[in-house]
Design a binder for this molecule. Structure first.
Ligand SMILES: Nc1ncnc2c1ncn2[C@@H]1O[C@H](COP(=O)(O)OP(=O)(O)OP(=O)(O)O)[C@@H](O)[C@H]1O
Ligand SMILES: [Mg+2]
Length: 590
């Protein structure tokens, strides 16, 4: 996915990049000073040719004989020091800019709406922060160095040439616009290629990520060939684009050099034939030719710099488009502050994608302290409701009201502070058990409280058996734990948060009947006096809810208690019948 807006002009991007450099203007000023000294010393070296040849050799002038060697050393000392400082200062500015942009992007990621994450692969998201931002650094440091230092060098040398003989310089200058034209033509191509390279880096990253994360599936389902093909495709595209870029770069440099060589030939002819420019001394001619030869390198750099700037601008477009994209809407000014929470959905409509409505005119209430269960077939929209309450997505119609205010009128922070959640897919971080349970706002909670939460979640026994107890690192997304253990950690985390609204989305689905019963009794204690929304497939876990809401394809089809709904003999009774073996087991247990 490319987020670059076609309307973003290179100039706008460039101006924004410059804005990042502004805090370092003093460093920049010193760097420019160093570059100026560098450029001047190059010019001075070319100029020194005149006294060296005319003074020291032709006229055997005593002062020139001592002056010229001292100047040679001095010039190179200045040039060396200036070169060092300009490189150092510019790269320091460049890396500061990278750090700042990376920080801003990372912050942006933390604020992006969930829907945007659904649309992009995490490989792309990662590659933007690493690869694209690095390309921007190349512009901020390398290219600016070359641009300022080499342009000044070129200007200095050209001035010297004009000073020596404007007629000779003219011959050289006629070729200037031609060089400019070529550079201009090559620019557009570089920018297009760079954009392609960046996108393809993102694709490479996302294929790798998929294969690495899904390695178990790859093995069991024999996905090696498929993954290899996928990778081969994006890898090849990346190679192709990079080679194309290199070819463009490699072709443009000799072309420019060829033009310079033609200019050189013309000059030598003009000067040596003596007919067009009159008599000039050996020293002046040597100085002129030296200046011209010294123009090669900076001119070549200037043609290369263009590739860098274009790559930087392409990266800038991509990164800035993301920085400019909308964050989660957090416009509510009210701070939700309540010990208890009542929830009401009024004609809620919602769709993830415009073409498919997921919730249709959905209305129900959950009074403070009440437990409401959501049941229904797979895909009926239960988890969607769980996503809407903490505003992971915003509804497209109707309203959700908490404590008599629309949830959009609350600050996101205060709304989410009041909600605790166990999702259908458990998410664990590659950190210790303790850090996973006491996560986020709960960081620093005493071990004793964490233990208590684990006891209710029925997780304490297995945690204590782990090699390092609460300090055991669980691996990426908890790979070192069993499904049921992971789920119990998630429950303990939700318990520890101690929020007045509890959402349990299939929270005990991975547990065996025996552990589920134990966790349930712990949760029952917790749910007392707390507003709770329970989603479950296993109907045995929701029989005690105050109300059961039965959903089908985004609409409510039945509402009532377990007993009421069984008596009406509707959809719930049908679902219940389907999971008959579970209730049968439960009845025998009682
Ligand atoms: N991030 C998403 N983007 C687009 N569509 C989605 C997204 N998440 C869910 N859907 C769609 O929304 C519908 C409702 O999904 P939801 O997860 O709410 O179902 P559910 O009732 O929780 O099902 P299950 O019992 O299987 O968990 C489904 O048709 C699903 O395809
Ligand atoms: Mg679900």
């Amino acid at each position: 996915m490319s987020n670059s807006k076609p309307g973003t002009s290179a100039f706008t991007v460039y101006r924004r990049l410059v804005a990042y450099v502004i805090p370092y203007r003093w460093q920049l000023a010193f760097a420019v000073l160093a570059m100026t000294i560098y450029a001047l010393s190059s010019t001075a070296f070319a100029a020194l040719m005149k006294p060296m040849l005319d003074g020291s050799f032709v006229n055997r002038d005593a002062s020139s004989i001592t002056f010229v060697p001292i100047m040679i050393v001095l010039i190179f000392v200045c040039r060396g020091a200036a070169g060092f400082f300009s490189t150092y200062l510019m790269s320091s500015i460049g890396w500061n800019v990278v750090k700042r942009i990376r920080q801003q992007l990372f912050d942006k990621y933390l604020d992006l709406p969930t829907a945007q994450f659904d649309r992009s692969s995490s490989g792309e998201m990662i590659s933007r922060v690493t690869f694209n931002v690095h390309n921007i650094a190349t512009v901020a440091a390398d290219s600016l160095t070359i641009l300022v230092r080499d342009t000044l060098t070129i200007v200095g040398l050209l001035c010297l040439m004009l000073y020596h003989s404007w007629k000779l310089s003219l011959g050289f200058l006629i070729l200037g616009p031609l060089v400019a034209l070529i550079i201009h033509f090559v620019s557009g191509r570089f920018r297009r290629l760079s954009r392609g390279i960046q996108d393809s880096m993102g694709q490479v990253a996302s294929v790798i990520e998929e294969a690495v994360e899904g390695q178990r599936l790859v093995k069991v389902f024999g996905g090696r060939d498929y993954e290899r093909e996928q990778f081969d495709g994006v890898n090849e595209r990346n190679r192709h684009l990079n080679v194309k870029e290199t070819v463009t770069r490699a072709a443009s440099a000799p072309l420019v050099q060829f033009l310079v060589a033609v200019a050189l030939a013309v000059i030598v002819f003009l000067a040596s034939s003596g007919r067009f420019v009159g008599e000039i001394s050996v020293g002046v001619f040597m100085s002129f030719i030296t200046a011209m030869m010294m123009l090669f390198a900076p001119l070549k750099q200037l043609t290369m710099i263009n590739a860098k700037i274009q790559a930087g601008i392409a990266a800038g477009e991509n990164v800035f488009a993301l920085l400019d994209s909308d964050s989660e809407r957090d416009t509510g000014g009210k701070v939700l502050d309540g010990k208890t929470i009542s929830v009401e959905l009024r004609d809620v409509e919602f769709s993830y994608l415009p073409e498919k409505q997921v919730l249709k005119q959905l209305s129900f209430q959950v009074a403070a302290g009440e437990t409401v269960a959501l049941v229904g077939g797979s895909g009926s929209g239960k988890s969607t409701i769980a996503n809407l309450l903490p505003r992971l997505y915003d509804i497209t119609g109707g309203s959700i009201v908490i404590n008599n205010e629309d949830i959009r009128d609350y600050t996101l922070e205060s709304l989410r502070r009041h909600i605790s959640y166990v999702g259908q897919d458990v998410t664990l971080f590659n950190d210790t058990v303790l850090a996973n349970i006491a996560y986020g706002q709960m960081r620093g909670t005493s071990l004793q409280k964490v233990r208590e939460a684990c006891r209710i979640a029925h997780a304490d026994a297995f945690i204590e058996k782990l090699t390092n107890g609460y300090q055991t690192v669980v691996g990426e997304n908890g790979v070192m734990l069993s499904g049921g253990q992971r789920q119990r950690l998630a429950i303990a985390r939700a318990i520890l948060k101690d929020a007045p609204l509890l959402i349990l989305d299939e929270a005990t689905s991975a547990l065996d009947t025996e552990s589920e019963r134990k966790v349930q009794s712990g949760l029952a204690e917790l749910m007392r006096g707390r507003t709770t929304v329970v989603i479950a497939h296993r109907l045995s876990t929701i029989e005690n809810a105050d109300r059961i809401i039965v959903m089908d394809e985004g609409s409510i089809v039945e509402v009532g208690t377990h007993a009421e709904l069984l008596n009406t003999d509707g959809y719930y009774a049908f679902l219940q019948g389907r999971s008959g073996e579970v209730s049968a087991r439960d009845t025998t247990a009682q």
